[in-house]
Design a protein around this ligand. Structure first.
Ligand SMILES: [Zn+2]
Length: 212
């Protein structure tokens, strides 16, 4: 569902451009609004959410999909935790659909899906691991790297229930915005994937904005 935001970017309390292949890690307080902006289009933002006060509580694709009765995320979706608590609500979305079934890229899956020679290519799991190693104060460890959301990524489910990685439906300037319903640690890998069309074979920067 396409829904535009009423929040002016110039009033954002925080703005940061995240280069392709880099990570973003920050706490968003309950009541604040987070926007992820696809600056150049066709980018995938692989995102994990945690309860900032207890990182053992984290985003759960299973609970979210079951409670809303739909596999796609868009405006109106409530992102739920592994304890079935509402973590964030998507309040605006100009892309229209986001994936939470496809998972994140890893060096292991790159070798299985594409080629043994892809073993050394940069992947989202590497960016997440780097983030938690460089920022120990967030209290995250390897076991917290769980299932994620792929904002802007297009993974349509076929009539037979199959999953396909398709060319993105996002475009320059499209964004998704969500309100935090608890204190949330946000961990984004701005996906460096070059082997499938999730980034249009050309990873590009995103921008993160936060309003108080
Ligand atoms: Zn990736």
């Amino acid at each position: 569902m396409i829904k535009e935001s009423e929040l002016p970017p110039e009033q954002a309390a925080f703005r940061e451009v995240v280069p392709a292949g880099d990570y973003f890690l920050k706490v968003v307080r309950a009541g604040e609004t987070l926007r992820i902006l696809d600056l150049e289009g066709n980018q995938a933002a692989d995102t994990l959410f945690y309860n900032a006060d207890d990182p053992a509580e984290r985003y759960s694709a299973m609970d979210t999909v079951r409670e809303q009765g739909n596999v796609y995320l868009t405006a109106g979706s409530v992102l739920r935790s592994n304890r079935n608590n509402p973590m964030l609500e998507i309040t605006a979305d100009t892309c229209g659909r986001h994936d939470t079934l496809g998972g994140a890229c890893a060096t292991e899956s790159n070798t299985v899906r594409y080629d043994l020679g892809k073993r050394t290519m940069h992947a989202c799991r590497d960016s997440w691991m780097l983030a938690i190693n460089e920022n120990e104060e967030y209290g995250l460890s390897k076991r917290d790297i769980a299932h994620n959301i792929n904002f802007f990524m297009n993974v349509p489910v076929t009539a037979e229930g199959g999953l396909t990685f398709e060319d993105g439906i996002s475009a320059p300037g499209k964004y998704v915005e969500m309100k935090a319903l608890m204190n949330i640690t946000v961990l984004i890998s701005n996906c460096p994937q070059l082997n499938n069309p999730c980034n249009g074979y050309d990873p590009t920067p995103i921008e993160v904005l936060i309003w108080h």
